[in-house]
Write a protein that binds this ligand. Structure first.
Ligand SMILES: [Zn+2]
Length: 302
């Protein structure tokens, strides 16, 4: 009996130390944890019904939100999903990445890492400076049981490649912000290092090749959406420069104007199935894992 218990404990401790769990929050949002640390990436949970465009589903009976409206977080939904958080990493400051972070940072006391614009928006909402880590890319910060390398990046080539927004907040704007006041403020990629797994996280369908050279990871959260299609050999260049990661998980592919209860199978069919087929050709050793809303997956150590 004693032997069995000891064996069980050894197995248990081995398992605890050899895996990370990822939960997809939709858009570019993830909760990632090991037994020591829980981080959120671009947690956008409110998923407001933005505008009246073709992406809005007629069956969505919620109130329409315009870009000129003040943004209001769905605190009840956030409370039902988010509990303890150590760090929040924010790729850029658009509303579909940052707008729920003020509420979550206040609620959990999590430390937030993001651009000067991201940090100034959080200051505007009254988040304390000792929770805030402004970065520009190039930093490599060690925390207890977790480290993060910040990599300079660029935003998706929106508006059929006509997009460029250089605005930044160099001091806190006035809160609350309207949807349109969540400006990009520069874009980042993160290498999040857990005890047993390194995860390279994207929040856009774009990257600066030279900034990623030599950076490898176990898991790549790869930006996959229509805006990647206008870029030169996006999939090939991304997989090559990141060293053909073993596990590739698409991110930012869904229609984020719809609540979690709506099907995203059309986006999966349109964007993820072609991506998966392409990766099979470019990097046959890689596994592409499609994770649906609020689904939780465990990646074991080899
Ligand atoms: Zn954006």
């Amino acid at each position: 009996m004693k032997k069995i218990i000891i064996l069980f404990l050894i197995t248990l401790s081995f398992n605890i130390h050899s895996q990370v769990e990822l939960k997809y929050l939709g858009t570019a949002g993830w909760q990632i944890s090991d037994d020591n640390t829980t981080i959120l990436i671009d947690p956008y949970i409110s998923r407001v019904k933005l505008g009246n465009g073709p992406s809005v589903n007629k069956l969505d009976k919620r109130k329409t939100v315009l870009r000129s409206d003040y943004f209001v977080s769905d605190s009840i939904l956030i409370d039902s999903l988010i509990d303890k958080v150590d760090f929040i990493l924010v790729h850029h400051s658009h509303f579909d990445h940052l707008s729920d972070v003020p509420y979550i940072a206040k609620k959990t006391g999590a430390k937030v890492i993001g651009t000067e614009t991201t940090i100034n928006i959080l200051r505007a909402y009254g988040i304390e400076n000792d929770q805030l880590y402004p970065v520009r890319g190039g930093e490599d910060y060690q925390f207890e049981n977790f480290s993060v390398r910040v990599i300079p990046s660029i935003h998706s080539a929106l508006n059929d490649k006509h997009y460029l927004d250089s605005r930044e907040y160099t001091k806190p704007p006035t809160a609350p912000l309207r949807v349109s006041e969540f400006i990009e403020g520069g874009s980042l990629i993160f290498l999040a290092r857990f005890k047993d797994k390194d995860i390279l996280t994207m929040g856009s369908m774009n990257f600066v090749e030279r900034e990623l050279e030599g950076i490898t990871s176990d898991i790549l959260l790869a930006g996959v959406n229509q805006s990647q299609l206008g870029l030169y050999n996006y999939n090939e260049r991304l997989l090559k420069v990141t060293g053909y990661p073993k596990t590739i998980i698409p991110t930012h592919w869904d229609n984020f104007r719809l609540p979690y209860s709506f099907s995203q199978e059309a986006s999966i069919e349109l964007k993820l199935i072609p991506f998966k087929r392409d990766v099979e050709k470019i990097s046959p050793e890689s596994d592409v894992i499609i994770v649906r809303h609020l689904e939780e997956i465990t990646i074991e150590s080899n």
